[in-house]
Design a protein around this ligand. Structure first.
Ligand code: RFL
Ligand code: PHB
Length: 389
């Protein structure tokens, strides 16, 4: 099989890129290791910032998000039993939209089906070749056989465990990583949220987050040890711990119910440099991971897809390589700012030590300062709604 752009991965990065290229008349094929249903069933991001809003608008896939998404003008932080508000709208003039990654993915898959663009599901890329000399080739396993996709360019949108980043020679590829000493236990339930906006909590038992997917569906998280066995956390225990960590006001309004999904996710910061080598370009989690505290992973993937679609369009349709040559540096300048913000939110809100040590006092001082300083709130807010890129 031959195409102009071979895309590995049908997560948000791959699907957005594919749609934006199809709108420009550029032929592309997506190879996805999992089934469409599996991709659609992964409950992940929920908060969309300006990057995803812009990308979905440009992709013509924002109608349902605008109709069904929840527009949030702020969120609350609870620290030492005190709850304070971050007024995103007042501080930046912008809002975020709560609309699940599963819905974004569904909308992009529907658009792709209408475009008639090819997606091979249960097709796992196993090897990448020819990115320096061309033609670029992706070897993949599909329907019991080993096949090959030949393309002008390859977009590695295959997430953190993908194969694309590893095709950049090790003497060129440099990675930066921080693994946090805890995870998030997430619980999804068919109950109304305990507040009309999100609540992030720093508690001596650890971090907690109250989020949602709609007026009737709640998404909650608690910080937990990385080796947590879900069998030790029946729903009742999770609800009880949420009530403690989120504070009395939230607990009084909290509806509990059976979980529809419960899982533990690790927290990691990771960047792979550069994002381009020859005919291979990386986008999304394949190139970088942020801990979810700042709600930025999907939004970074959207920004990558938007910038990459413009670069590939100029290259393929206009023969102009300026944007493609600048892709890695342009994106890394933004990515590192978002890495910093996600690390900072994580550091400020999680419990790192059993002891009340220097770091935990600094953390409390930071939260007290944040609760009082409009200047620090403005800094948080402009990062949360999405920095320009
Ligand atoms: P994805 O979504 O992981 O998609 C990559 C796809 O590539 C496929 N794949 C392969 N296909 C073919 N051949 C191979 N060899 C392949 N290897 C892998 C995979 O099957 C998969 O379908 O990456 P993408 O597209 O870059 O999108 C990134 C986002 O999914 C991710 O950053 C966010 O979900 C992160 N995230 C959040 N981001 C936000 O912006 N806001 C949030 O509120 C937010 N909350 C979260 C999150 C992530 C979480 N977890 C579980 C890590 C909350 C959580 C709990
Ligand atoms: C979510 O709703 O899944 C969510 C919201 C905010 C975050 C992370 C995850 O910071």
């Amino acid at each position: 099989m031959r195409t102009q752009v071979g895309i590995i991965g049908a997560g948000p990065a791959g699907l957005l890129l594919g749609r934006l290229l199809s709108l420009q008349g550029i032929e592309n094929v997506i190879l996805e290791r999992r089934s469409a249903n599996h991709v659609l069933s992964r409950i992940r991001a929920g908060v969309l910032d300006s990057a995803t809003l812009e990308a979905l608008r440009e992709a013509g896939c924002d109608q349902r998000m605008n109709a069904e998404g929840l527009f949030h003008d702020g969120f609350d932080i609870v620290s030492s039993g005190t709850r304070f508000h971050i007024d995103l709208k007042g501080l930046t003039g912008q809002h975020v939209i709560v609309y699940g990654q599963t819905e974004v993915t569904q909308d992009l898959m529907d658009a792709r089906a209408k475009d008639g663009a090819a997606t091979l599901y249960e097709a796992a890329a196993v090897n990448i070749d020819g990115i320096e000399s061309g033609p670029a080739r992706v070897a993949y396993e599909h329907e019991g056989g080993l096949k090959e996709l030949t393309c002008d360019y390859i977009a590695g949108c295959d997430g953190f465990h993908g194969v694309a980043a590893k095709a950049i020679p090790s003497e060129i590829r440099k990675t930066f990583e921080r693994v946090y000493p805890f995870g998030w236990l997430g619980l999804f339930a068919d109950v109304p949220p305990c507040s009309h906006e999100l609540i992030y909590a720093n508690h001596r038992n650890g971090f907690a987050l109250a989020s949602m997917r709609s007026e009737t569906r709640s998404r909650y998280y608690i910080q937990c040890p990385i080796d947590t066995d879900l069998a030790d956390w029946p729903d009742e225990r999770v609800w009880a711990e949420l009530a403690i960590r989120l504070g009395e006001e939230a607990a009084a309004k909290m509806w509990s119910g059976p979980s529809l999904e419960k899982s533990v996710a690790p927290l990691r910061s990771f960047v792979c440099e550069p994002l381009r080598h020859g005919r291979l370009f990386l986008a999304g989690d394949a190139a970088h991971i942020v801990p979810p505290t700042g709600a930025k992973g999907l939004n970074l993937a959207s920004a990558d897809a938007l910038v990459l679609s413009r670069a590939l369009t100029a290259l393929i349709k206009g023969g102009d390589s300026t944007l493609a040559d600048a892709y890695s540096a342009t994106r890394l300048a933004h990515i590192w700012k978002v890495e910093r913000f996600s690390w900072w939110m994580t550091t400020m809100l999680h419990k790192f030590s059993e002891h009340e040590d220097f770091n935990s006092r600094i953390q409390l001082a930071e939260l007290a300062y944040l609760s009082q300083s409009k200047a620090e709130q403005a800094s948080l807010a402009e990062n949360y709604v999405g920095l320009p890129f």
